[in-house]
Design a protein around this ligand. Sequence first.
Ligand code: AMP
Length: 405
Amino acid sequence: MQKALKKLQDLDLRGKRVFVRVDFNVPLKAEGKHWVVTDSKRIEGALETIRHIIANDGKCILASHLGRPKGKKDAKFSLEPVGAKLSELLGKDVILTDDCIGDGAKSLSLRMRSGDVLLLENLRFHEGEESNSADFVAKLLELTDVYVNDAFGTMHRAHASTVGLPKLVADRGAGFLVQKEVKYLTALKENPERPLALVMGGSKVSDKMGILEQFLPKVDKVFVGGAMAYAFLKAKGHEIGKSLCDDKQEQLAARIVKAAEARHIRLVLPVDHVVASSIQDVPGKKITAGVDIPKELLGVDIGPQTIELFQRELSGVKTIFWNGPMGVFEEPAFAGGTFALARAIAASSGLKLAGGGDSAAAISQSGTEAQFDFVSTGGGATLEFLEGHEFAGLKVLEFRKSGEA
Ligand code: AMP
């Protein structure tokens, strides 16, 4: 049960330095001598919180990690391109500090005026961020009057900026993005409107096992596509050719098949496939006549009959949660099933939720984003939340006993 969170909109921000932990861990590409942001969704996701702070006369100090610089300054993980993108999106200056801690950052923070936006350089240029060192926390505290976390994807980790710092700041709360994540994912986990369907894809049953087990008591239909499906089909005695699957995945799938049968949960598996001799063999792409895959071929996507079956089975479902692609969707020739699924879910009348970077990318590429009620940005954190793990970064933002900070 999620306890009530302290919220950004309940905090007094006027004239205060508001330290906001954001998730600006965005993909970059080199363009000449510069790096540019190739997907700014995560930056856009934080705009509501940033604009609220500006509108309420706060001084907005943004802090994020980017990549894995392993505790050392490294120009290719600089937040400089993020600052440029953010400035463009906000239509105002964003100053980037040379370092996220130290005298330079502190004096810049003290010279800020209400409504200013300061972006701290990559938190992970310091080892103390991930180790949650007291020294590093003390340095971040020098920049902080009010603390806000709007980076759901980082809240399962007890780092300096997610747990060490907020423990020491009385005025703290969750940003709008985190509030939305918690609202939708808690409702899905604790009180979904039934019938509830889980649509799982991607490569490994083991990664989705926790969610499937957590949802067994309340799910009505489980759809499986992507490479995961071959483990289920093999466990049911089908030929899967050279498709991705190992003994461990097959055993896990067999356990779910049994548990689903015992609980009368409808397990919807592919009935045909797009196959090829390898993932590179685009010209050799074929569609199987039925569920079995010839020995010399491997499955790379769900087939047209499966898409129709999934569409049919989704009708009448009241809540849908989708995670993971239906095939090797990075290759356009094998992306048809994943995009068709995104459209099928978008066209259904129930509450439509999705999580995971690949599903989010497929939803955006298929132009169906507006029809989804919520697309989680949390990546691995979303799955962990749904599995029922406790998040240290959320716990620190919950109300405790009355009167306690
Ligand atoms: P996951 O991280 O478990 O969600 O898996 C995502 C990955 O699964 C993507 O990179 C897909 O290319 C891959 N994938 C999906 N379907 C297949 C398939 N039929 N064969 C091989 N890889 C697949």
